[in-house]
Design a protein. Structure first.
Ligand code: ADP
Ligand code: MG
Length: 247
């Protein structure tokens, strides 16, 4: 019997009753999550709690065991990643080393057979927003870690999508770059006003970036609230301990 209430089609992302098993292990446990258009949601939790798995389910990179995923009012539970209208940025930059920055940023659009003039315009705009114009003809090997991660963000940006998924995009960077890029990601969000789902295990990142934080443990969302509420009124000892202590 299906007892699910109707999906809110105004939401940017609706996750309903999502379960994901790896073999006999239930990694996500009947999870529900509604993300409003333009919202910056941070998934925060310790290593192994299922953050990347949840992001990969939204992106369509994993077949879910049960439940539904809706994006912008469409049921995409079984849609291909390319049909979901999302852009994803990973922890490792996953750039093609033999291609220039321009080539890396254009690649996905070329595959979609987009006209070259449109590709050039999109790359130019993304490069301007991220201030990487001087890097366009370089190869990834000639870039710093921070520059590479900017390019990885640029590659998502050119797709002109409403939903961005970030999986620990800053965790390979040193502390100074991390805080610089954190500010830039926040600025990017203010400028584009798109929906962001951002995975981290870093409390500072979560508290400074999020409109709302989902604190996860063992495949379950323990608390979903604004940063101030999470900080001042943690729902349980786990949340209090996790937000309270540096990892
Ligand atoms: P997080 O991103 O929060 O660190 P993950 O989503 O990567 O956590 O992993 C959640 C759990 O699922 C972990 O226990 C991990 O070992 C397990 N897991 C992740 N990917 C796989 C896989 N492909 N096969 C089996 N188990 C996996
Ligand atoms: Mg992860």
């Amino acid at each position: 019997m299906n007892t699910m209430t109707a999906v809110n089609t105004e939401s940017s992302i609706s996750i309903r009753d999502l379960t994901l098993n790896f073999g006999a292990v239930q990694v996500l446990k009947r999870m529900d999550l509604e993300v409003a258009p333009g919202e910056f949601i941070v998934l925060l939790g310790p290593s192994g709690c299922g953050k990347s798995t949840l992001l990969n389910c939204i992106a369509g990179l994993l077949d879910i065991t049960d439940g539904q995923i809706w994006i912008k009012g469409k049921n995409v539970t079984w849609a291909e990643p390319s049909e979901r209208g999302i852009g994803m940025v990973f922890q490792s930059y996953a750039l093609y080393p033999q291609m220039t920055v321009r080539g890396n940023m254009s690649f996905g659009l070329k595959n979609q057979k987009m006209p070259q003039a449109e590709i050039d315009a999109r790359v130019a705009r993304a490069a301007e927003i991220l201030q990487i114009q001087p890097l366009l003809d370089r190869k990834p090997g000639a870039l710093s870690g921070g520059q590479r991660q900017r390019v990885a963000i640029g590659r998502a940006l050119v797709r002109d999508v409403d939903v961005f998924l970030f999986d620990e995009p800053l965790s390979n960077l040193d502390a100074k770059l991390r805080s610089e890029l954190r500010v830039e990601i926040k600025r990017l969000h203010n400028k584009l006003n798109n929906t962001m789902v951002y995975v981290t295990h870093d409390q500072i990142e979560a508290l400074t970036l999020a409109d709302r934080i989902a604190v996860m443990r063992g495949g379950v969302i323990q608390q979903l609230d604004e940063p101030q509420t999470i900080y001042n009124r943690p729902a349980n000892l786990f949340v209090a301990g996790f937000i309270g202590s540096p990892s």
